[in-house]
Design a protein around this ligand. Structure first.
Ligand SMILES: Nc1ncnc2c1ncn2[C@@H]1O[C@H](COP(=O)(O)OP(=O)(O)OP(=O)(O)O)[C@@H](O)[C@H]1O
Length: 358
């Protein structure tokens, strides 16, 4: 296992001038030895580019990649000793499940008894012990992809295992099980795992730390809790959560706060930074009050939806639609009712130029 350090930028075109010329903007990042990471972001944000730079499939156009302090920027994937699992199964159809799992170990001349022991362990972790003697050709796409995962995890001496959207072909129910399984396997095997996905649930269940990316930038690296509670960038607030964070333009001058032109009294003990801001509050933390109090903003209820596990109340606050998540049994306000939304409280975040300032 290795600690991976990136200090680089990458453009696929020569002589990049504009930000948009870069697939990855200049970044510095360290992936801890034995850590479980997810690279999360929408299509085209640079996740695969970052993964391929780590594996050695892409050489960054500037900067370095280090494994345990050693510069490997120009080393091949083989020399870096990386295992990779792709979106689609990469296995030998004519071999049995056991032979497929053993292949990466045989290649490295691992002794037969150790191969048997490790293949048995990995098969058991992936619930494939009963299929070890079956030919891969006869198995479903799900099962084949499980073999690919197993092949990625079977060697204990790799620097890291890199996964590029490995659960894409997996049936939704099995997907849920495999995500949890991978987390458990990480716990047991202590491998450095880096996992690319555009699915926040996948990233948040699997990883200890999630790297949230947008437009070639890593905007936050943090635990699921940190990304939810204190999004460092408005993109993280918007991208993480279901639905994402509510945002309101805000101006603070001399301790007076105005939201969309409405003066809002700041509750005692709450510090609000000065200047042009964006106020962010998650739908889970936005409480509805029938009376105007310090920290509340007047709004009109536009829609109440019962989503099963919760109720979603959409309110119009001076032209901005804000979402409130209420527990299923809570009495929701009527559509058309005038309410007061508690926008200021311990969970309120303030942003300047899209970056968290308080
Ligand atoms: N081989 C390439 N040549 C030129 N441009 C590329 C190449 N590969 C990726 N890009 C561009 O680099 C940017 C980042 O792409 P990348 O595949 O890393 O994003 P991603 O987040 O992995 O997206 P997806 O989830 O769709 O795979 C995109 O604008 C993409 O069009």
């Amino acid at each position: 296992m290795a600690q991976i350090e990136l200090d680089l930028a990458h453009a696929y075109t020569p002589n990049p001038q504009l930000e948009t010329d870069y697939a990855l903007m200049p970044l510095k990042m360290t992936f801890r030895d034995g850590g479980a990471y997810a690279l999360l972001g929408p299509s085209g944000c640079g996740k695969t580019t970052m993964l391929n730079i780590m594996s050695g499939l892409v050489v960054p156009s500037q900067g370095t990649v280090k494994f345990d302090g050693v510069d490997v920027t120009r080393s091949s994937p083989q020399a870096r000793n990386i295992a990779q699992v792709f979106q689609f199964p990469v296995i030998y159809d004519t071999m049995t499940v056991a032979q497929n799992l053993a292949f990466p170990l045989k290649n490295r001349q691992v002794p037969a008894d150790q191969i048997r022991q490790r293949v048995g362990q990995i098969a058991e972790m992936l619930d494939m012990s009963h299929q070890l003697d079956m030919r891969a050709a006869g198995l479903s796409a799900d099962q084949k992809q499980k073999i690919s995962l197993g092949r990625g995890l079977v060697r204990s001496d790799v620097s890291a295992v890199l996964f590029d959207e490995p659960l894409t072909v997996i049936d939704p129910h099995l997907k849920w099980q495999l995500r949890r399984k991978l987390k458990q396997i990480h716990h047991e095997l202590k491998l450095t795992l880096i996992y690319v996905t555009h699915d926040q649930v996948e990233a948040l269940t699997f990883a200890e730390e999630v790297v949230v990316m947008t437009r070639g930038k890593a905007v936050q690296v943090g635990s699921a809790e940190a990304l939810f509670e204190r999004p460092a960038h408005t993109f993280v607030g918007h991208f993480i959560g279901s639905p994402g964070m509510n945002f309101l333009p805000a101006q603070a001058v001399g301790g007076e706060l105005s939201l969309q032109g409405q003066a809002v009294q700041v509750p005692q003990g709450l510090a609000v930074p000065e200047g042009d801001l964006k106020l962010g509050i998650r739908p889970e933390y936005l409480a509805v009050s029938e009376v105007a109090e310090a920290g509340t903003l007047a709004a009109v209820v536009r829609q109440v939806q019962d989503v099963g596990t919760y109720q979603m109340v959409t309110c119009d606050a001076v032209g901005v639609l804000l979402k409130v998540r209420l527990a299923p049994q809570t009495q929701a306000p009527q559509v058309g009712a005038q309410v007061f939304l508690r926008v200021l409280g311990p969970h309120t975040c303030f942003y300047k130029n899209e970056e968290l300032v308080a």
